[in-house]
Design a protein around this ligand. Structure first.
Ligand code: PHE
Length: 450
């Protein structure tokens, strides 16, 4: 495996991994979770988890990749013959997330194009979103466009595709985010939203908020899906692993915070300080925000820029998901990159179709009272991801030993936090993961409300 592709620089790696981490999770999911679970308090809990637990798991995944120079299945197998199944779970999660992630990516393109072509007034209508996602053909076509855009990058490989795209898209994403956040902060009445988002209200502390922050941390940092293992396998032995992880996390948390600044103050300004407007949940970005944009003078421009930046974020994440699966197929089946990429793109399109139609003509098909897209989200994020993460911690902590990983980290980093890392992987992380797993399954069955 010595001819494996590598990122050309640490910067290239950090931008690609940050591109994976920064996605719909930051801009779509984070603001509505923060709004739901007490603003500043949620932010505080979230940052705490990113800096402790998230840090340890991301270090493990990237180290596994760099040590073995293999994609997830081969990587776990190289560490211990009997444990390749953990890699299978991880690759399966990426394989299953890509289709429905692309469906939502397609919606983002649709909104961007609508704003670009001057149709934004229609997006402010209450029924625009539901009518669009329920239609049988349009969302599928946009989903295909999104998958093809992802394929175009993965097709070109690690250096010329992923690294290049990340080096262009990520700086643009920062600039556009800053622009929209500043605009949102300049609106009259925005300051109340800033206070809500930044000042923790400890009276709203709840176990649910903690669990939601934990789950969000996993999703947002792209953990337990083989993605960081795959990107780690393209990382140079000389590049400082610990520092890279810090930078990726700062990037990820930074964009989540900026997204909070884009969305929460604008919604406050729009609703005249009425917190209830934030309770739109997943509809916050597709339903409430277009109304906010429409009510402000510069709607087409700001809205267009906003959806463009969401699109960049979603694309770089989808690229990492596709790459994790493509790299696995290349390694396992010895197929060429191009052949594997086409197989993955076609399956992502085909498997995405039920997720799309589940919002419309197939909406009567419900499993456990969930539409197909929600079901896929549940199986991957709430069940398989924590199981994969738990197995990883047990495998590293008790089967091969933490030293295997810390030795790899120390090849290029001082690793000052080694002691804390050890405790985290062996004791704290497994307990937290079991808590997420139990709570998300209980909430899916309606036994508790998350
Ligand atoms: N981290 C991405 C986000 O925040 C989602 C994602 C998950 C991407 C898993 C890749 C792998 O949207």
């Amino acid at each position: 495996m010595n001819n494996r592709s590598e990122f050309s620089s640490k910067l290239g790696f950090v931008l690609a991994a940050a591109g994976s981490a920064v996605g719909l999770g930051n801009i779509w999911r984070f603001p509505y979770l923060a709004a739901r679970y007490g603003g500043g308090l949620f932010l505080l809990i979230y940052i705490f988890f990113v800096a402790t637990f998230g840090f340890a798991i991301m270090m493990v995944e990237i180290a596994i990749g760099r040590k073995t120079k293999l994609s997830p299945i081969g990587a776990y197998k190289a560490l211990h013959k009997k444990y390749s199944f953990i890699g299978i779970i991880a690759s399966l999660v990426a394989f299953l997330i890509l289709p429905y992630y692309s469906v939502i990516g397609g919606w983002v393109i649709k909104y961007f194009v609508t704003f670009l072509t001057g149709g934004q007034a229609a997006t402010a209508d209450d029924t625009f979103f539901t009518t669009f996602i329920a239609s049988p053909v349009q969302p599928v076509l946009w989903q295909i466009v999104f998958v093809l855009a992802t394929l175009a990058v993965v097709w070109r490989g690690v250096k010329d595709g992923i690294e290049k795209a990340s080096k262009i898209l990520m700086p643009m994403l920062i600039i556009l985010s800053l622009g929209v956040a500043l605009y949102s902060l300049s609106l009259p009445g925005a300051i109340e939203g800033v206070k809500y988002f930044l000042i923790p209200d400890f009276s709203r502390f709840s176990v649910q908020a903690v669990l939601a922050a934990l789950g969000q941390m996993f999703y947002s940092l792209s953990l337990a899906m083989g993605v960081m293992i795959t990107y780690g396998s393209y990382l140079n032995k000389e590049d400082d692993l610990e520092k890279s992880v810090k930078q990726i996390e700062i990037f990820d948390a930074g964009i989540a915070i900026l997204a909070g600044f884009m969305v929460i103050p604008a919604v406050f300004a729009f609703s005249g300080g009425n917190e209830a407007a934030l309770n739109a949940g997943p509809g916050l970005m597709f339903v409430t925000l277009p109304k906010v944009f429409d009510s402000m003078g510069m709607s087409a421009l700001v809205g267009g820029i906003f959806f463009l930046l969401v699109l960049f974020a979603a694309l770089t994440s989808a690229i990492s998901l596709m790459e994790a699966v493509v790299s696995t197929i290349c390694d396992q089946c010895k197929f060429s990159r191009k052949k594997s990429a086409i197989i993955v793109a076609v399956t992502a399109i085909v498997l995405g179709i039920p997720s799309s139609l589940g919002n419309g003509i197939w909406s009567h098909f419900k499993i456990m009272d969930m539409a197909f897209l929600d079901l896929m989200d549940f199986i991957t994020n709430a069940v398989l991801m924590p199981i994969g993460a738990l197995l990883t911690c047990i495998f590293i902590g008790y089967v091969i030993g933490v030293d295997v990983i810390s030795d790899e980290i120390k090849v290029s980093s001082k690793f000052k936090r080694e002691k804390a890392f050890r405790i985290m992987i062996k004791y704290i992380a497994p307990i937290c993961i079991v808590a997420i797993l139990i709570s998300s399954v209980l909430s899916a069955f309606g036994i508790i409300v998350l």
